[in-house]
Ligand binder design. Structure first.
Ligand code: DWN
Ligand code: SAH
Length: 388
């Protein structure tokens, strides 16, 4: 599998592409689902990171709501700092800064961090780790909150991450993370969440085990609909005065009932993924045989997984359109399909658009009413291959 966000220029098409063995495993001791072979984070998060969080209106509203929740329910001392890990182009950091003047973003991908800085935000371009935690503690006040969206699963050494949290957090401080949720991935067959940047696929069971090893604990969880099904976790130091809420206990039971701690559940998932691939390939192949024009919609990281795993290439999809200006003019990793603007899509509608960011289906279909009204149809593979 190529690196999911390593989109290629025309010149790079003739050069060899870096690939790695994409394999997910499951630990029968701590119940963590994770990648077996991993890619060095420096190859993933750098000065040309392809994903700009602010491309989605729905995500913008989601983060406005999160900032509001944080300021109402979590902040307890305005002299303490607030740290956001993986602040990207500042989509959440900017909103939190509206409620706290002592806010700092940590973002190793320098190109997206530069966008956040251009909004006047304070961002350190480094990986969050134990070393940086020590520096933050020395230079800023202890943290009343460490928050991160879609970043915890991007950090290969979670034991170090937990140690770093212990360093920066004030004794009553809170951490909040939201990431794709394993139970959603398994129940929706969202195997495209499995790629290089996502080192882990979290359950409340595996996260509780991780944090308990480090004198930390979860006290609240909330299931949220973004990115196809995510979990927001609230945690604190073990000795904090916050009591564990029913949401945590109930979810542990739900996971146990589902069989998230049993290897058989993962073997069954792997079988279902293979069937999902076959039905998608059949659907696309039949449409192609009927002479239909099919394109991809959204050059997402997940799209790289679907296209490469299912063997869907430039012979099947005319192009992939995407609203990120810096992706346009490039080619998809591994499959080398040209990426064009949404304007190019609108200028000459195809018969079908295969949505490679199914998590944004609602937002995309609302934007593309005209495509639909002119007879165009979307294809999705989640939870099963179908035309909508
Ligand atoms: O975890 C991660 C999430 C938060 O973002 C990262 N590892 C990388 C990235 O994953 P992704 O690339 O799969 O993210 P999305 O948000 O599912 O994909 C968005 C892509 O879709 C972007 O390239 C923009 C495009 N898009 C579009 O063309 N029109 C998105 C929307 C909402 C649209 O209306
Ligand atoms: N929080 C944003 C961005 C998610 S993409 C959102 O939800 O939309 C993941 C981001 O985490 C990238 O911008 C990446 O550069 C950053 N990241 C990866 N590893 C990190 C680490 N160790 N510390 C801080 N940020 C990291």
């Amino acid at each position: 599998m190529p690196i999911a966000n390593a989109f290629l220029s025309a010149e790079q098409l003739s050069e060899p592409e870096y690939t790695f063995n994409l394999k997910a495993g499951f630990c029968e001791s701590c119940f963590m689902a994770q990648l077996i072979d991993t890619v060095d984070p420096n190859m993933l998060f750098h000065d040309n990171y392809a994903y700009f969080s602010s491309i989605s209106h729905v995500m913008d509203q989601h983060f406005a709501d999160l900032a509001n929740t944080i300021s109402n329910k979590i902040f307890y001392d305005e002299t303490l700092s607030v740290i956001e890990i993986g602040s990207n182009d500042g989509i959440l950091l900017e909103k939190i800064s509206g409620y706290s003047s002592n806010t700092i973003g940590i973002e190793p991908s320098t190109n997206v961090a530069a966008v956040a800085r251009s909004k006047g935000l304070d961002v350190i371009s480094e990986f969050f780790n134990e070393d940086l935690a020590g520096k933050l503690f020395a230079e800023y006040s202890p943290a009343q909150l460490v928050v991160g969206a879609n970043v915890l699963c991007h950090i290969p050494d979670l034991n170090e991450l937990a140690r770093a949290l212990n360093i920066v957090l004030e004794d009553q401080g809170v951490f909040i993370f939201e990431d794709p949720y394993l139970l959603d991935i398994m129940s929706k067959l969202a195997y495209d969440q499995i790629y290089d940047e996502h080192f882990y696929y979290f359950s409340i069971t595996s996260l509780s085990n991780l944090f308990e090893r480090h004198g930390l604990r979860l006290f609240r969880i909330e299931q949220i609909p973004v990115h196809g099904g995510s979990m927001r976790i609230y945690g604190c130091k073990s000795e904090s005065s916050r009591s564990v809420e029913a949401s945590v206990v109930n979810q542990l039971q739900t996971e146990s009932d589902y069989g998230l701690s049993n290897l058989e559940s993962y073997v069954a998932f792997a079988d279902s993924v293979k069937k999902s691939r076959s039905s998608l390939v059949d659907l696309l192949g039949n449409l192609q045989n009927e002479g239909k024009r099919i394109v991809g919609y959204a050059a997402s990281s997940k799209g790289t997984v679907i296209l490469n795993y299912c063997g869907v290439g430039a012979d099947m999809l005319e192009y992939v359109c995407d609203n990120t200006p810096s992706k346009q003019g490039l080619f998809t990793p591994g499959t080398h399909i040209p990426i064009v603007s949404i304007d190019a899509f609108a200028a000459d509608y195809p018969d079908y658009a295969f949505v490679l960011a199914w998590n944004h289906m609602k937002e995309i279909s609302e934007k593309e009413k005209e495509f639909h009204s002119k007879g165009g149809r979307f294809i999705t593979h989640i939870p099963e291959a179908c035309i909508i």
